[in-house]
Design a protein around this ligand. Structure first.
Ligand code: UDP
Ligand code: MG
Length: 320
């Protein structure tokens, strides 16, 4: 396996003005202690505070600092995708800008990577977020993602992860999907290891997320599972469900007819039955409509090669 000699650090930044200089100092001092070429790619996700001006200053002082600016807020996943698109290192390190992740974990993770792994996944063993709205839903989501993708990790949500760059090629990221990257990588045969990392409470600025993200993640999980197992044969999924529905309705109607003919019961006196049938149909319909939407949106972006983000300025990055 090729030894790693250069790193691309990818850091999405959305309104993190109070964290940036501390973060950058701490990154540079950690990276000075290890012997790798590196670039730090800050992706400014349409910040409305002074984050971009601060990044401009960093880029002026240091050509290792690269900045991709989005014209509008497009989300952490799009920022990560843009970072990957502009990364040139042998290994890619993802990190949050808010100092909740600790740069001093990076050397240990790189050492792990050099032991022969393709993905080193951070695990916030002592997570410093609100338990009820953040940690608990995230534990449930991790359990579910592990079950469904069959790639067992304690902490899909931890941004601090290190990848060999090859294993990141060829994925398009949508929604909240950067967190499924380890599962994707596993599908192409990547070797994954999980290591406990430090985690700090957010000191400055606010978290951009709340409980609603858990729902987005669970919905994305449907897509991931669907695309992984059935994208080339959607008729198996749609068809099986259709057949099951038709069979059940056939059985139900037969039963009701038998009751009617033999014992004279009315077919339509129980409204609850009708309601539950409607709910089931509606629920299943919406999930599957969602999946069709996912397929369509891929055609939309990929057939025209449209990126899922829109770039304003690039600093220290050549456009080619
Ligand atoms: N972030 C971003 N775009 C967004 C929301 C967040 O680039 O729309 C960045 C944010 O600046 C931070 C990282 O993504 O570097 C994680 O966000 P946050 O700390 O709010 O999430 P949490 O740690 O609370 O899960
Ligand atoms: Mg954070």
């Amino acid at each position: 396996m090729k030894p790693i000699s250069s790193l691309s650090l990818i850091i999405p930044v959305y309104n993190e003005e109070d964290n940036l200089s501390l973060l950058h100092e701490s990154l540079v001092s950690t990276l000075a202690q290890i012997d790798y070429d590196y670039e730090i790619i800050y992706v400014d996700d349409g910040s409305s505070d002074t984050s971009f001006t601060l990044l401009e200053q960093l880029a002026q002082q240091d050509t290792k600092v690269k900045v991709v600016q989005f014209t509008r807020n497009s989300g952490q996943t799009a920022a990560i995708a843009a970072g990957i698109d502009h990364a040139g290192g042998d290994a890619v390190v993802f990190m949050d800008a808010d100092l909740q992740n600790d740069p001093t974990d990076i050397p240990m993770m790189l050492a792990k990577l050099n032991e022969g792994y393709d993905v080193v996944s951070g695990w916030r063993k002592h997570r410093q977020d609100t338990w009820l709205t953040r940690t608990l839903p995230s534990q449930l989501a991790n359990w579910l993602i592990s079950k469904i993708t069959k790639v067992h990790l304690h902490d899909y949500g931890c941004t601090l992860k290190v990848y060999r760059r090859e294993v990141l090629q060829g994925y398009r990221l949508y929604g909240e999907m950067h967190r499924f990257l380890p599962a994707y990588a596993a599908q192409v045969g990547a070797k994954i290891v999980e290591v406990p990392v430090k985690h700090h409470p957010r000191r400055y600025g606010q978290s951009k997320y709340g409980l609603e993200r858990t729902f987005k993640v669970i919905l994305d999980l449907f897509t991931v599972k669907f695309l992984h197992s059935y994208a080339q044969k959607p008729i198996y999924v749609f068809g099986s469900v259709g057949i099951i529905f038709m069979l059940s309705s056939f059985l139900l109607v037969s039963y009701l007819l038998v009751r009617k003919i033999l014992y004279g019961y009315s077919l339509v006196t129980n409204p609850l039955l009708l309601m539950s049938v409607m709910f089931v149909i509606l629920g299943v319909q919406s999930i599957f409509m969602g999946l069709i939407g996912e397929l369509l949106i891929r055609t939309y972006y990929e057939s025209q090669d449209k990126p899922t983000y829109s770039i304003g300025q690039l600093l220290n990055i050549r456009k080619d």
